[in-house]
Design a protein around this ligand. Structure first.
Ligand code: ADP
Ligand code: MG
Length: 329
């Protein structure tokens, strides 16, 4: 590594580190490499192969005593399938690697696999391999996913253009509200349970992603894993543009609105700063938006000035960086 001012990863940050790796390993001609939801690798068949991988570490991404293993199995596959959905592709296969402590009960792994199998079946994705090894104490899980799309159809983060509308599918903040309810031990009425289910049993927007990618005028697309406060920055940076976001327009579910009103939580902060909704964030021309057959909400517009202007926000808006451990601006 070249000499750097930052002495440790918390100074450099998750995205700083990824930037360093990317500088060192530029993608070959015609291939989309580091920096999007999936790599896009053209095939001679005239289709493109999509590949992504994600890691879940006990203590960082989940607490063993809090998450039922079925739900963890579901979620491990879901977040990867979502990365293919984010490109507008069809997920086809996953590979599952696990590092497990020797004293883990076999029943835990059975339940994990049941959840993994249920979502795999639901999306028609085959588990084709992986790796198994021992870990000193923590469970470490890695899933790689393969998908495909017609040649050139993948929607990249770098495709947003001045004047595009910024849109999202579904609603934002439910997963963050569910996590907050778990961490704060909130009593589980039907609304709270609905939020917790969205946190543990996310449904990747595969059908929506395929339809969006087939619509001319849909430009940049990604899935929302860290919260739009952080994820939108990736589209803006990759596309060299900025955006104005209308905070009161952010789509909030009735369950989230009711729970926030009752407990005094800031729904807009959960919707912008909270992650793991796995909705699709995309930009498109106003003409394309009028013809879209995918349920969505327009939340703002792309403009040719850097940064995000949050209109109507009551407080600061932030996402999440894994090494900084705090919301980053
Ligand atoms: P996502 O939120 O969609 O999972 P990430 O923010 O984790 O994406 O990663 C951003 C980009 O950086 C992706 O293209 C990913 O493949 C790439 N990336 C992340 N970590 C590494 C690594 N250690 N080596 C190479 N590429 C990486
Ligand atoms: Mg992603």
């Amino acid at each position: 590594m070249h000499a750097s001012k930052e002495s440790n990863l918390s100074d450099l940050g998750e995205f700083g580190l990824i930037g360093r790796i990317r500088e060192r390993f530029p993608a070959p001609e015609g291939v989309t490499g580091i920096g999007d939801d999936c790599a896009v690798i053209p095939q001679r068949s005239g289709r493109d192969t999509l590949v992504s991988t994600d890691m879940l570490i006990e203590g960082t991404h989940f607490l063993r005593r809090d998450i039922p293993p079925y739900r963890l199995g579901w979620k491990s596959a879901a977040v990867n399938i979502s990365d293919v959905a984010a490109m507008g592709g069809q997920p086809t296969a996953t590979f599952l690697s696990v590092a497990l402590p020797a004293d883990l009960e076999t029943g835990w792994m059975e339940e994990f696999l049941r959840g993994y199998a249920d979502i795999s079946r639901r999306f028609g994705v085959a588990l084709l391999g992986g790796d198994t090894t021992a870990s000193p104490d923590r469970i470490c899980l890695n899933v790689a996913v393969l998908g495909e799309c017609p040649s050139g159809a993948a929607r990249l983060r770098s495709a947003a253009r001045d004047g595009d509308l910024v849109c999202v599918t579904g609603s934002l903040g439910d997963s963050a509200g569910g996590l907050k309810a778990i961490l704060e031990g909130v009593a589980r009425d039907a609304d709270v349970q609905a939020l917790i289910d969205r946190h543990y049993l996310p449904l990747p927007r595969v059908a929506e992603g395929l339809r969006l990618a087939a619509t001319p005028g849909v430009h940049a697309m990604m899935d929302i894993s860290d919260g739009i406060g952080s994820d939108l920055e990736h589209i803006l940076e990759a596309s060299g543009v900025g955006a104005v976001i209308d905070v009161p327009a952010l789509p909030l579910s009735p369950a989230l609105r009711r729970v926030c009103a009752r407990l005094g939580w800031d729904a807009a902060a959960l919707a912008t700063g909270g992650g793991e909704d796995y909705e699709l964030l995309f930009t498109c021309t106003p003409e394309a938006e009028r013809s879209l057959d995918v349920p969505h909400t327009v939340i703002g517009v792309i403009r040719d000035l850097p940064g995000i202007e949050w209109r109507g926000a009551e407080g600061p808006v932030a996402g999440f960086d894994h090494f900084k451990k705090t919301p980053h601006p």
